[in-house]
Structure formats: C-alpha cells, structure tokens
Design a protein around this ligand. Sequence first.
Ligand code: NAI
Length: 242
Amino acid sequence: MNNRRIALVTGAAKGIGRAIVERLIREDYFVVALDINAAGGEELVAAFGGENLSFEAVDVCNESEISALFSKMERLEVLVNNAGIIRDNMIWNMPAEDFDVVININLKGPWLLCKEAAVLMKRQNSGRIVNIASRAWLGNRGQTNYSASKAGVVGMTRALALELGKYNVCVNAVAPGLIDTPLTQNLEPAVLQKLIEAQPTRTMGKPEDVANVVAFLASPETRFITGQTIYVDGGKSIGAGW
Ligand code: NAI
C-alpha cells in the first residue's frame, strides 16, 4: 500500500460497491473493502489482487469490529459508506423489526464509520467522506423505513460537513436513482418496468454511473464542495414531467 491513497468502501462485494472499488483501484487507490459477504470478499481479492485491495468481513453495525479495524489504520484518504438494504412494505404491513434493521444498517452503520473516520481525518487534517444516500430520501411509497434512513444519511452528511470543514475534510452524499444491481434485480419485473418508464431518461443507471461521481467527490480537486447531495438518477428527482 505504501504511499498510495487509501479508500475504505463498505458493501463492496457487489452492485454499486463493487463498481466503486473497481473505479478507485483504477485511480490508483489501495482499497479496504468491507462487506458481510465473506465469499464475495474472497472473489474481490481474486479479481483485483492483494496488492490493490484487502477485504474485511465486517458488519457495518458492529461497533467493536469497526473500531478494531480503525485501530489498525494509520491514515485514510477516503471513506465511502455504501452498504445498504431495503425491506419494502406499506407501513401497515411493515413489521417494526424491518424499520429497525434498515435504520441500523443504512444510517447507524454509516454513522459508526463516519465517527471513526472523523477522528482519523481530523488528526491528518484531510479526507473525503462520500455517503451513498438515495433519491428515495425524497419519499417513496412502500419505503417509510428506507426513505427515513436515507433522509438521515443526507442530514448526517450536512451536519458532519459543518463539523469537519475546518479540518479539510469534505463530506458529501450521492443519491442514486434506479440502478441495475442485485438489489433492484430482485424487484418484480412488472414493478421494475413501471419504475423504468417513470424515469425521464427511460433507462436504469449502471453501478459505474454512481462510481464515477464517487471518484469525483473523492478526489483532492473537490476541496470546495462539501455538505452536498449529488443526484445520479436520470433526472427522476426533478419531479413529475412529460
Ligand atoms: P446490493 O444489494 O447489490 O449490494 C449491497 C452490498 O452491501 C452487498 O454486498 C451486501 O452484502 C452489503 N451489506 C449489506 N448489509 C451489510 C452490512 N450490515 N455490513 C456490511 N455490508 C453489508 O445493493 P446496491 O444496489 O449495490 O446498493 C448499494 C447502495 O446504494 C445502498 O446503500 C443502496 O441503498 C443504495 N442505492 C441503490 C439503488 C439501486 O437502485 N440499486 C438506488 C439508490 C440507492
């Protein structure tokens, strides 16, 4: 790893996380890839090589494992909080456990990682944090838990940008729309088709579309951009329109 910039990416084993890993390695980062999916992690190491990546089988909600991981790190240029899940249902059908698990993984997990990264980045007087939110923070039917968790990510991003600004640490969020990943491949085909038709671009995004923006926000060139949420959603966040 030597003098290479180090990036920690959560939820790295598949989908958007994997595309972010690939993109950051192309930008010559050494990536610490974190995921609960250990088999996916082995596959990542095989694909990208131990000289470019190390894998940590850690749950973003596990405070002691996260702090053990950070205790081994001397520096960190970029943290990407990407791990996230959905447990969709209308509120009247949603078990309270599905609210808790989504808030825990999507919001508390990133908060735990931000907390550790803030200590390190404040000390080194530099850094970038990119939190993957979702366009759904604006509101989606069937996603009271998920929308609340992602609205929390946007709020946390703004608050942390204020706390870390004077330490040269920029904190931003990316809000993807409909992206073609294992998460959306699980949607019913008819539902997916409707969602695609509701996009101004009439297409789904690709994981690489999100990874490109993460790479931009991670770069040293973005030192004057902080607290922002950048939509990568084919225009869906604009609202209704013909
Ligand atoms: P995915 O389901 O394809 O991949 C998520 C990864 O996170 C998996 O490798 C999974 O093992 C890992 N993960 C789940 N829980 C974890 C935990 N507790 N600790 C560590 N790792 C964990 O999901 P996808 O689509 O790649 O989504 C990535 C992020 O982008 C999520 O935060 C999601 O909410 C967000 N997003 C995705 C959109 C989409 O259309 N796919 C749209 C908007 C936001």
